[in-house]
Design a protein around this ligand. Structure first.
Ligand code: ZN
Length: 147
């Protein structure tokens, strides 16, 4: 199995069985995202506790890339401090938008999304959840649009 197959399997798995899907009882932050180019819609909720992402859930309706990306993101950020989340956002953003950016090993399963940078129209599908996360962390209640 080559890397492309492995990456595809991760995306298929997270699209079919999204992790942290649903709503939280008492979120401390929430934001909505919309990618009109593809029709992806995302609602993200977080519980922040002591400067960490204590819990996170998402729901919504979107393509396989947007759903898998949100699922992978929630797994990656749970338990992380806000500076760690910010750093991860930068690394993921580079991976998605810079064709020559290296894919650092600490990205783990998030590396499965690196293939989208070959398809500029899908980059917004993969980055929607991250922009929505930023809005939630900033306490910005206006819906996020990717364009
Ligand atoms: Zn999409």
């Amino acid at each position: 199995m080559d890397l492309a197959d492995l990456y595809r399997d991760v995306i298929v798995d997270h699209n079919r069985n999204p992790r942290n899907f649903g709503r939280l009882e008492h979120p401390s932050r929430a934001a909505d995202g919309h990618n009109p180019l593809c029709g992806d819609r995302l609602h993200l909720e977080l519980v922040l506790d002591g400067g960490r992402v204590a819990d996170v859930r998402f729901d919504g309706k979107g393509c396989a890339i947007s759903t898998a990306s949100a699922s992978l993101m929630t797994e990656a950020i749970k338990g992380k401090t806000l500076p760690e989340v910010e750093q991860l956002f930068g690394t993921v953003h580079d991976m998605l938008t810079r064709r020559d950016a290296p894919v650092p090993p600490e990205l783990g399963k998030l590396a499965a999304l690196s293939g989208v940078r070959e398809f500029p129209a899908r980059v917004k599908c993969a980055s929607l959840c991250w922009h929505t996360l930023n809005a939630a962390l900033a306490g910005d209640s206006a819906p996020v649009k990717t364009e």
